[in-house]
Design a protein around this ligand. Sequence first.
Ligand SMILES: Cc1ncc(COP(=O)(O)O)c(C=O)c1O
Length: 426
Amino acid sequence: MSNFVFAGKDTVELAKKYGTPLYVMSGDMINDKCDEINESFLNKYDNTMAVYASKAFLNLAMVKMVAKKGIGLDVVSGGELYTAHKAGINLENVMFHGNNKTASEIAMGIDLGVGRFVVDNRWEMYLINELAQEKGKKVKILFRITPGVKSDTHDYISTGQKDSKFGIPIVEDVIVDVVDEAMKLSNIKLMGLHFHVGSQLHDNSSHLRALDATFGILDKLYDKFTFVPKELNVGGGFGIYYNKEDDVKPLSYFVDPIMEKISGYFEKNGLDRAKVIIEPGRWIAGEAGITLYKLTGKKEIPGIHRYISVDGGLPDNPRPALYGAEYEAVVANKYGQEAAETITIAGKCCETGDILIKNIQLPITENGDYLAVMSTGAYNYSMASHYNRIPKAAVLMITEGREDIIVERETYEDVISQDRVPSWLE
Ligand SMILES: Cc1ncc(COP(=O)(O)O)c(C=O)c1O
């Protein structure tokens, strides 16, 4: 029996040193992923771009890490954009997404000079044009389209189907009219199209079917307006390992056929190939993170269920409650010890649904043991909440043996810092 080692560090030592719950990110794994993007995509194919979908895991350090590797950023809100701005990166490499950008967020994006607005709908297109006009600027846009592809993933992370809150449906009379109108507006420049078919995909067929649908529309746009896109953004969604059901593929499994198909389309039509953009989020950060917890209680309902509780849960990882996400875990201080009980790991919140993992096989656990939950690097810290007024956990990053706290643990003072008591209650 030994302690579980992650990123070259004894996780029990980390838990004792920094407290729990603790997000631990491997900077080395993030760098390796960025290197794979460079090798398998950016350096292999010319006229390409990669942007990191920052919603997966974002803070100042992360912005700088991906930027150092020549990777841009996808942001969907003023807060994400502000983080990118404060990290000091070139905002020309930022794509501003989102299905509901407010006027003030759009204005901020124009003022800061984001490279592209990915426009979700006609109303937003007019708003961007109007705000750009007021500021005497011309901004570059892509249209987000919904290619009508249902991908093989959880409904909550499937985004490319026809009935989606995201994007413009590629029903001919909708998309053709919007493009027509866009080309008549003087403060926006339509650069091309974007789609994102869904997340946590292990099969490239959704991207390829989405391309077929996109080409159908591009044919029509060419016939009507001789419109040729300068850019095609095929989104992210490349899957990672959470558990044994995940058949993880290298990035090349996705990007090679995508590139072949896109190049074939432009060649066939005698046109210069558009710049191809990918937007991985989970694929860069997901497996690079784990969360450490302390076991704080155990109970058995005879003949029914055994529970252990941890000192975190829903506030640091809402995914199991949100859409039944499944995780693997080990008892960090009993690593390698044989599994001896089937147990459910309950989170700390007053919410029946706050169950981190159902019926996992673990060694016999006791109060004070440490648990390491795997693949929590994406959509955990970024989705964290203050439910039950629990302060948010710290984020530790390990890079080449260095230990850096990149997000401080919140204090109770932080939790009440925005509260104001009206004078009549004083
Ligand atoms: C527009 C867009 N691009 C990229 C992503 C990243 O997806 P993933 O983290 O699965 O790569 C998302 C996820 O929601 C998205 O909405």
